[in-house]
Design a protein around this ligand. Structure first.
Ligand code: CA
Length: 232
């Protein structure tokens, strides 16, 4: 049974999330403090399959919790819940290693759909058997999907589930261009018409790992007015 950590200091919201996630068959732990959440995620990387993380928390903010989890090598999918309806905050959350976000107030159905998507993605990317895309060479880097790692000439980089998902979606097109909308739908489970820079933001992250000169990308290439394509 998937074990979900809910980090939320508003008790009524934490209880509501726990009730609804348990009704879906998940096992849930709740924590209302950022310091406690970071300590849990730093000490045991395998305990949780998903973290639902509020940003405004006592003790330590959600950005810092996410950053510390990633710095300690914990790549559990993180879904940010935030009352801050500010793009810069959301993008910062994704830059700190979160996989997805929802803005409060949110629809319960949408939250549960995102949770299902993130848990499914985790199984997918981790599935070792019958998987033709376990590792792949792109330019001077080797991507290991089974280990969530990229070996680059300057060292090994850990991938988040969404970074791996985006790379995989590009690879599956075998060099053909993919639109932002298709990527939003496939990788993030968002509607194709959603207005967001999430795809472009993640492409910037991947280019930092894969490109010799990220300002002149040769592997993840922009297709003007359309999207991206991957050149191995
Ligand atoms: Ca809060």
């Amino acid at each position: 049974m998937p074990n979900i950590l809910v980090v939320e200091d508003e008790a009524h919201l934490a209880e509501g999330l726990q009730f609804n996630l348990e009704a879906e068959g998940h096992s849930v732990e709740t924590v209302g403090d950022g310091v406690e959440a970071a300590a849990l995620l730093e000490s045991d990387g395998d305990r949780f399959q998903l973290v639902i993380l509020d940003l405004m928390l006592p003790g330590m903010g959600g950005f810092e919790v996410a950053r510390r989890a990633r710095a300690s090598g914990n790549y559990v999918p993180i879904l940010i819940l935030t009352a801050k309806d500010d793009k810069r905050d959301l993008i910062r959350g994704l830059e700190e290693g979160a996989d997805d976000y929802l803005t409060k107030p949110f629809q319960l159905d949408e939250l549960l759909a995102r949770v299902r998507g993130l848990l499914r993605r985790r199984r997918w990317d981790g599935a070792p058997e019958g998987d033709s895309l376990r590792s792949v060479v792109i330019g001077g880097a080797t991507v290991h999907f089974d280990r969530f790692e990229i070996e680059t000439p300057s060292g090994t980089v850990n991938l988040t589930t969404r970074e791996a998902g985006l790379l995989r979606a590009l690879l599956e097109r075998d060099g053909d261009a993919v639109t932002r909308g298709e990527l939003l739908e496939e990788v993030w489970g968002l509607r194709p018409e959603t207005r967001t820079r999430v795809v472009d933001n993640f492409v910037v992250r991947l280019r930092r790992y894969l490109e010799e000169d990220p300002s002149r990308p040769r592997h993840i290439v922009s297709v003007r007015g359309h999207g991206y394509r991957l050149v191995r």
